[in-house]
Design a protein around this ligand. Structure first.
Ligand SMILES: NC(=O)c1ccc[n+]([C@@H]2O[C@H](COP(=O)([O-])OP(=O)(O)OC[C@H]3O[C@@H](n4cnc5c(N)ncnc54)[C@H](OP(=O)(O)O)[C@@H]3O)[C@@H](O)[C@H]2O)c1
Length: 351
C-alpha cells in the first residue's frame, strides 16, 4: 500500500490521503520507503509559506493540494542505480508519504536528488545523508538537526557582529526547538543576557531548560526590566508580538532578526516599527558564506562540536512521542497546525 498525505494549500486544516502506485523506475532512479519523520512548527511554516517560498515545489501534488516536506529517514526499497543498493538508509527531506522516488546522484556522504523539478530549489534540501547503522539517533536527528543548524548560524552571526552591542537577546516563541538551540548556544557563550518570551503555557517549560536569564510571558514584556540595548530574534512571526518588542525597546532595540512564523495565523503587515528595522535571516546564504570562510571541513567540525553538546542534553527536556499510521499522522498534523503540541514533546511518525 502506497499513499500520500495531502494538505489543501488554501486551508491547512483540510487534509486527505491519496493512494498511489509508485511508478516503474527509470535508469538512475531509486525508490525510498519512508521509515519515520519528525513533525514540528517548522513543517507548518513550510506549508504556510508554501507558495511564496516554493516549499510546495519539492514534492508536487494534485492541483490545489500540497505534500508537506518533513525531515526523516528512508530506506532504499528498489534501485535502478548501480551505486545505490537496496536496503541502504538515508536522512533528508521527505514528503509525508509512504514513498519518494529520487533521481540519485551519489556523492561523498550520501546522494542528491537530481530530479529536474528540484534543481532550482535550495541545494541543502536536495541532499540525503547516508546513515547506515545509526538507527539509535533517528528521532533526535530528525527532530532537532534541521532546526539546530539555524540556531548555530544565528549564534555565529550575532557573534560575528559583536551582538550589535546588545546586552540582552530576546527570543520570541522561546519554547520552540530552534529558539531553544539558540538559547543553549548564547548561554554557553555568556556575552549577553538571554531572555525568553513565550506563551503562559510555555513559561514553566522554558524556565526549566536552564538556558535563560529571564523568562517572560508575552503579556509581561512591557513591564519587565531587561538589560539594554537589546537584540531580538523572532521565531513567532506574530505581528502583535513583534510590535510589542519594538515598542518596548524603541531606540534601544539594536537589532531585530526575523527567523520564523510559529504563530502562523498571526502574521501580517507591520507598518513602521520603532527601533532597528527588522531583517530576515536567510540560513542558506549564511551556510554558503561560512563554508567558504572556514572551508567545508572547518564548518563541519565547528557545527559537529556544537551539535554534540546540544543533543547530549536534549533527552532531559525533549520527550519523544512515536506514532504510526495515517490516522496518527492526520491527528498530529492538526494538533501542530492548531498549536496544541506540547513544547516538551517531540513528535515522530511512521507511515
Ligand atoms: N528561517 C529559517 O531558516 C528557520 C529555520 C528553522 C526554524 N525556523 C522557524 O522557527 C519557527 C519555530 O520552529 P520549530 O520547529 O523550532 O518549532 P517547535 O519546536 O515546534 O515550536 C513549538 C512552539 O512554537 C509555538 N507554536 C507552534 N505552533 C503554534 C501555533 N499553531 N500557534 C501558536 N504558537 C505555536 C509555541 O511557542 P510559544 O508558545 O513559545 O510562542 C510552541 O510551543 C518556525 O516558524 C520555523 O519555520 C526558521
Amino acid at each position: 500500500m502506497a499513499w500520500d498525505f495531502l494538505v489543501a494549500k488554501s486551508d491547512l486544516r483540510n487534509t486527505r490521503f491519496q493512494d498511489v502506485d509508485p511508478p516503474p523506475l527509470e535508469e538512475g532512479e531509486v525508490r525510498l520507503a519512508v521509515e519515520s519523520f519528525a513533525l514540528t512548527a517548522n513543517n507548518v511554516t513550510y506549508a504556510a509559506f508554501g507558495e511564496t517560498m516554493r516549499y510546495w515545489d519539492f514534492f508536487p501534488g494534485p492541483e490545489g493540494w500540497g505534500r508537506v516536506p518533513v525531515w526523516g529517514h528512508a530506506r532504499v526499497e528498489a534501485s535502478a542505480h548501480p551505486e545505490v543498493a537496496v536496503g541502504r538508509r538515508f536522512y533528508g527531506y521527505l514528503p509525508m508519504s509512504t514513498h519518494l522516488t529520487v533521481k540519485a546522484r551519489p556523492g561523498r556522504a550520501g546522494l542528491a536528488d537530481a530530479s529536474p523539478h528540484r534543481q532550482g530549489l535550495a541545494a541543502a534540501y536536495n541532499h540525503y545523508l547516508a546513515v547506515d547503522d545509526e538507527q539509535g539517533q533517528d528521532d533526535h536527528r530528525a527532530l532537532l538537526q534541521p532546526l539546530f543548524i539555524t540556531s548555530f548560524l544565528i549564534d555565529d552571526f550575532l557573534d560575528e557582529h559583536a551582538g550589535f552591542g546588545a546586552k540582552s537577546v530576546v527570543l520570541t516563541s522561546a519554547s520552540a526547538k530552534t529558539a531553544i538551540g539558540l538559547a543553549h548556544l548564547l548561554k554557553k557563550r555568556g556575552t549577553t543576557r538571554v531572555v525568553g518570551l513565550t506563551s503562559p503555557r510555555g513559561r514553566g517549560f522554558v524556565e526549566g531548560l536552564g538556558y535563560h536569564d529571564q523568562v517572560l510571558a508575552y503579556g509581561e514584556l512591557s513591564e519587565a526590566t531587561i538589560a539594554r540595548p537589546t537584540a531580538s530574534v523572532d521565531f513567532a512571526g506574530d505581528a502583535g508580538v513583534l510590535r510589542g518588542v519594538h515598542e518596548t525597546f524603541g531606540e534601544d532595540l539594536a537589532y531585530s532578526m526575523l527567523v520564523g512564523g510559529a504563530h502562523w495565523e498571526a502574521g501580517g503587515a507591520q507598518g513602521r516599527l520603532p527601533g532597528a528595522k527588522p531583517v530576515f535571516f536567510f540560513a542558506p546564504d549564511r551556510i554558503a558564506k561560512r563554508r567558504q570562510d572556514w572551508g567545508p571541513g572547518g564548518f563541519d567540525q565547528r557545527y559537529g562540536q556544537a551539535w554534540a553538546g546540544f543533543v547530549a542534553d536534549a533527552p532531559r527536556w525533549l520527550h519523544v512521542q512515536r506514532s504510526q499510521g495515517p490516522e496518527a499522522i492526520q491527528a498530529a498534523w492538526l494538533a501542530q497546525v492548531n498549536g496544541e503540541t506540547r513544547p516538551d514533546v517531540g513528535v515522530t511518525l511512521a507511515p
